[in-house]
Every structure is written in structure tokens, then in C-alpha cells.
Design a protein around this ligand. Sequence first.
Ligand code: GLN
Length: 308
Amino acid sequence: MPHPVDYQAVLDQIHGEVQPLLGRGRVASYIPELAKVPGNQFGMAVVTLDGSVHSCGDAREAFSIQSVSKLFALTLAYQCVGDALWERVGREPSGSAFNSLVQLESELGKPRNPFINAGALVVTDVLCTRFVNPETALVEFVRRLSGNATLQYDDRVARSELATGFRNRAMAHFMRSFGNLVNPVDDVMDAYCRHCAIRMDAVDLARAVAFLAHGGVNPWSGEVIVDASSAKRLSALMLTCGTYDAAGDFAYRVGIPAKSGVGGGIVGHIPGRLGVCVWSPELEPSGNSLAGSVALERFTTLTGQSLF
Ligand code: GLN
């Protein structure tokens, strides 16, 4: 691929290539509202640091960002408490499912990393201590990152998860028994389900992650979100823990820091170059978007750009 890369041509090619994959995965159904999303959708967006936007397919279709919100929640909590966060959450891949409870008992209520559900609940607890309205603080933060002041969370999705999130509630109670959750479980669950239920499209998400590709600084507003060293650290966590227990395989196939969600979104970035987001709601068994993972693999192959 000659340089400079023609991102639009790459996205159009990928859009064609993934069509046979649609229909091969399964839309998440354990949150009843998510099961209603038509599976055969696909959108992808790339935003380069000069602000150019390239997109294809359903890139302007808003979807439930789910665990992608854990990246923004972590960034905000890290802004608030810095390295003290690591006394309560680890930084190692878990090697088990994102909603697993097994390690929590032997590891005395300290979750392996901030991107599994237990870790994100602790991060949300930090936000509950820090803000009167943690979910509003997070929505406002993501609005600033993306430059889209109209972003909202979807109340139906949040209520759907609140009514069925028995595992997450169990984890929260369990961690509270170890003293690693200080706010009432109901408050933490409320804030967690709301931030998971934020609706965004691929273009806004590609913009929202671009600060990590730009040394922690929002490339368009100039706002310092985190310092350069923290941006590197957050990106390292994305690479090692951002795509559930498939993170090793994802790094092997795709080779960029990324964070996925069961709504079918995956965000990633290439340092110094761009933010990227792909969305396709059907998942592979690990919980990552099936067509989305392939699309990102093709993206780093076709552009010749990755971390490595
Ligand atoms: N809200 C979802 C949950 O807690 C998020 C999971 C995900 O996207 N991996 O189960």
C-alpha cells in the first residue's frame, strides 16, 4: 500500500470483504434490550489526527457502547485518583470471561484489571465517590472527547441490564465484603449500567479515542485529558486486557490497543496517527464483534500500520 494511505479505499474494500461474515455470529442476548438489535449491520470509521474522517456502512448508526465505556470510565477515574487506583484493581489479563467471578475469591476481592466487569465496578465505585452524578459526569466527559454534545445513555438498555444483571450485582456485593467497594451496591450498579448504556456511533467513538493516539491530548480542542505517560499506560492495558480473554489472539491478529463491548463495538488507535472504531453487533464466543475483529485485522494488514 503506497503512502499516504487512502483510508477511504481501505474501508470500502473491507466493507465488501466482511459481507459474507454477517449472519455468522450471535447478537448478545443476556441483556434483553440488546437482543433486539438487527445483527447484519456493519460500520467502520477512521479519524486521523488532522481531523479527517473516513467511514463506511453503518458508521453513523448509534449503538450501545457497553464495555467500551470501561475505557472512558477508567480514564476519568485515573484522572481523579491516579496510581492509587492500582491498590484496588490489578493490571494483568484475567484469562477468564469478562463476567467471571472465580478469581475474585482467591484474590481477595481485587479484580485482575479495570476492563473485566469486576474491575469496571471498582472503577465505577471510584466515580461514585468522586461525583454526585457519576453517570452524568461520564456522559459529559465522553461528549468532550468526541466533540458531540448530544450524546446520551439509553435508559431502556440501562433498565434492562439493571433488571437482569444478577452476576454483576453478585460481584459488587462480593467485593464489598472485602471492603473493595465503598458505595452502596445499588448506586454502583446504577451508574455502571448507565455508562454501559451510552449510545454512540462509530465516527464519534473513533474521535473519542483519538486523545490516546495523541499523547493524551484531545487533538481538536487541545484539552489535556491525561499526560503522555498515562496515555501510554492506558493503551498498554487496552492491548493486554481490552478484548476479554481473547486479548492475546487479538494482539496477534490485529496488533493495536483496542477495547470492545458486547454491543458489537470495538475502538482502537494507532499512536501518532488515528482513532478507529468498528461496529457489527454479532459476536464471536469470546464476546468480541465477529466481523469487527476481522475488519480490524484487515485494516492493519491493508494499511501496513499497527503497533509493530
Ligand atoms: N454491561 C455489560 C455487562 O456488564 C458489559 C459487558 C461487555 O460489554 N463485555 O455485562
